[in-house]
Design a protein around this ligand. Structure first.
Ligand code: ZN
Length: 228
């Protein structure tokens, strides 16, 4: 089966989340020619150590990472970090606005079992916003807050994909300096572990919220007689 998606929405609670959880897959989607829209709910300016960095450092790093991934449709919103549950309804309405004029084949978002309240809020509002649509919805795990994550969708990655993911994550210089899960060994270990599940050197893994199968053709499967 070919993962035939042409319109993709990538959602991230904070700058850097989708890059950590799904950056390799997002690059493959962009390379496949899919139209990829990326939306980040919070620029996390309240998390920045302003004695060391400008307040908008994470916004700048996120823009650089998007460029590295080949994403040219990126929106970074300014919901306050750590307070997304209080803004649940506004987030839902934002998502309704995004889906109003465009049908997405695939939506990739944070995971509903994530222990971080912001990550969980986005996951829940994504599920609400994309009910009664024909979008497949998958969730990614963010290292450190998803210890119970049980994936059931895997995207194998090559050594080159992994190198590019590490290169892209290193653009988050302010995070590489202080986060253990931004270290090269940790990134490789995470991808290697998921790859074991599918017999490949590396993979990114997702939990399936819902899958909508589209695009069956009347011709059936090439090379196989049609059953009657
Ligand atoms: Zn986050």
């Amino acid at each position: 089966m070919i993962w035939n998606v042409s319109d993709v929405l990538i959602l991230s609670p904070h700058t850097d989340d989708m890059e950590l959880g799904a950056g390799g897959t997002v690059r493959l989607l962009v390379q496949s020619g899919a139209r990829v829209k990326s939306v980040v709910l919070s620029d996390c300016r309240k998390s920045v150590d302003t004695t060391k960095y400008p307040e908008d450092i994470l916004r700048k790093e996120c823009l650089a990472a998007a460029k590295h991934l080949g994403i040219d449709d990126l929106t970074i919103l300014s919901f306050p970090v750590r307070e997304l549950p209080e803004h649940r309804q506004e987030i839902l309405e934002t998502l309704y606005g995004i889906r109003k004029d465009r049908e997405f084949d695939l939506v990739i978002t944070s995971w509903w079992g994530d222990t971080h309240q912001d990550h969980r809020t986005l996951a829940e509002e994504t599920q609400r916003a994309f009910m009664r649509t024909s979008s497949t919805v998958l969730s990614y795990a963010i290292p450190g807050s998803c210890s119970d994550f049980v994936p059931n969708v895997f995207v194998p990655l090559t050594e080159d994909d992994v190198k590019k993911k590490i290169e892209m994550l290193r653009l988050y210089e302010s995070q590489v300096a202080k986060r253990d899960y931004f270290q090269t060994d940790a990134i490789r270990a995470f991808l290697t572990y998921q790859g074991i599940h599918v017999g490949r050197p590396y993979a990114e893994a997702f939990a399936q919220h819902r899958t909508v199968v589209k695009g069956f053709s009347a011709g059936g499967i090439p090379g196989r007689p049609r059953s009657r």
